[in-house]
Write a new protein. Sequence first.
Length: 491
Amino acid sequence: MPERPDHRQAPVLEALAAHHARGELSFTPPGHKQARGADPEVRRLLGDAAFHSDLLASGGLDERRTRGRVLERAEELMADAVHAAHTFFSTCGSSLSVKAAILSVAGPHEKLLIGRDAHKSVVSGLIISGVRPVWVDPEWDRERHLAHPPAPAAYEAAFAAHPDAKGALVTSPTPYGTTADLRALAELCHARGKPLLVDEAWGAHLPFHPDLPTWAMDAGADVCVTSIHKMGSGLEQGSVFHLGGDLIDPAVLASRADLLGTTSPSVLLYAGMDGWRRQMMLHGRELLGGALDRAAQVRAAIDAIDGLHVHGRADFCGPGLGHDLDPLPVVIDVSGLGTSGYRAADRLRERHGIDAHLADHRRISTQLTHADDESTTQPLLAALRALAAEAPELGPGPEVVVPAPEQLRLEQVMLPRDAYFGPVEDVPAAKAAGRVTAEMLTPYPPGIPAALPGERLTEPLLHYLRTGIAAGMNLPDAVDTSLGTVRVVAE
């Protein structure tokens, strides 16, 4: 057996330290020249350290032909950490990584099975690539109006109906913390010689503690995309994607990422990802064990507040629901307070200085990580207790009319690419039912399109979005964010 690499190393951080120690003068971008040219107020706010570590990846961090293999060595260490054959760093977020994964498996007009609870970045990949989606319905909790990852049986039925599909893509965990049965999905894909792609943007921490749900690469996935900035310690936009098995050529995956990515990657983001991997390999079990203990305490404390209910395994896992649950996203049903998640989230921010992760018509999510301790959880609990006491001031707010699952699912009548790039027109929302949308209509967060290019709009769906906006829903993708008009395919 080959000896495992030394995870005390952090090649990017070490190269940065060496660059600083050499005191090199740069006559290359970035133009701020190690903070000297930056605006004084910007320097005061950000500090010079950010600028001092902002340098070229090649011809700065590494020499111009990258013979020091700084990034390559960091990626090799990350791959070893999570049991992948290859790992690639991205400084364009998992939005780029998932597009690269799609393009490495299917091309224009080829089919790919995709859970309909996919993030908007997946739909963007379909628009760019011209891939034909075969949508797989998620498990829908009719009582709570919440979607969980599709079951393996749904993918099996989709493969039976579309045996020419090039592979499958699933989102796991969801932003609400539920996961798919990845082992079963990998097995059914591989029985057909097809790859499984996992959008695991919310699961960067999963490999580093045994009490967390199974991680995609350990379950046999072929490509896994994860956001280091979501549940890890990286900076925003830091993403990695991992490759296993032999169904996808690593050179193809790297090429697709290069096609989409920037030629000016941020060394700051590389450093954050490299340092996070070292942190997890050296201390991850201890840090995440502490986080899980805190999450259990916080969940119990919130559940004891009148009018609040924390969703747990009994709510989210089982037949027709999710396969497993990550307890760190603490999802709180506030409907018992007689108000909406939108109003609760706004009150927490405006009056108590607490930012919730996401809000919907009846819930908020308060994400915990290994970075939280009593200095953060105690103010959170105090704010939630105050919120419960203030609930009569908030009132119910406008009703969000959430349709039944069958009314939320729209018919895909055109390729997303054809609808997006074809002739379009803007029509009043009141007259948009029956028309084919040419834009994404995406409540954000969590960023799952309610309608996407090429789907035929229905009145129940439009009414849901209009009532949602009136209640506080954010719809940033739409050309008209108030949904007075909708961009549709021209007739």
